[in-house]
Design a protein around this ligand. Structure first.
Ligand code: FE2
Ligand code: FE2
Length: 197
């Protein structure tokens, strides 16, 4: 693997993204990808950086989502494995690159899920992910109007492609996001009661 600099990737992310929520999403996905990597004997830097950059173009080029990211990363000299990885998260939506490697399948499965987890944290009185349960996220999952933009079917497909139970996928995603809770503003006030579950 060619050397991948996390600092350079982060700089690149910031140069294309001003939106705090997009940056937090990128950091959340990075955290979850790094968390999953060892389970599949993957390189945490490769997995993490691919996660960090997967939505790189979304703020500036929403109509060319995935395509523009590939172009930028190519110009920046990123290896094909990162470029293909970022493209495959838009499979069936903005690319025809099907997730094939473990890294790609994990990214596909957890991308939208991090959004549902984040939204689930925001409605907690303590606004903390640290004591968020799978049950709590599952409750939100079942409420169709809650974070309606999160495509549950796509997440289910992602879990199936990984051969992983949905509950396990949710548990790992929460745990991965916990590793970056402070960076993504989801630490909240853990001293207060979580509340709703
Ligand atoms: Fe995306
Ligand atoms: Fe995303």
């Amino acid at each position: 693997m060619e050397h991948l600099s996390r600092d350079a990737a982060l700089q690149l992310l910031h140069s294309y993204n001003q939106s705090e929520s997009l940056v937090n999403h990128a950091l959340a996905v990075e955290g979850v990808m790094r968390y999953f990597a060892p389970m599949y004997k993957g390189d945490p830097d490769l997995w993490g950086i691919t996660g960090l950059l997967h939505d790189l173009d979304y703020e500036k080029f929403p109509e060319q989502h995935c395509i523009k990211t590939a172009e930028i990363l190519k110009n920046e000299g990123y290896p094909d494995v990162v470029i293909r990885g970022t493209m495959s998260h838009g499979w069936g939506i903005c690319t025809d690159v099907r997730p094939e490697s473990d890294m790609e399948k994990v990214l596909y499965a957890i991308d939208e899920l991090t959004g549902l987890v984040t939204a689930s944290v925001y409605v907690r009185p303590n606004r903390s992910i640290l004591d968020l349960s799978v049950t709590s996220v599952k409750k939100k999952w079942k409420q169709k109007g809650f974070s309606a933009g999160v495509n549950r079917e796509l997440i289910k497909q992602g879990a199936e492609a990984l051969g992983m139970e949905l509950d396990t996928l949710i548990a790992h995603t929460i745990d991965g996001m916990k590793t970056v809770a402070r960076d993504i503003g989801l630490e909240g006030n853990p001293a207060e009661q979580g509340g709703e579950e």
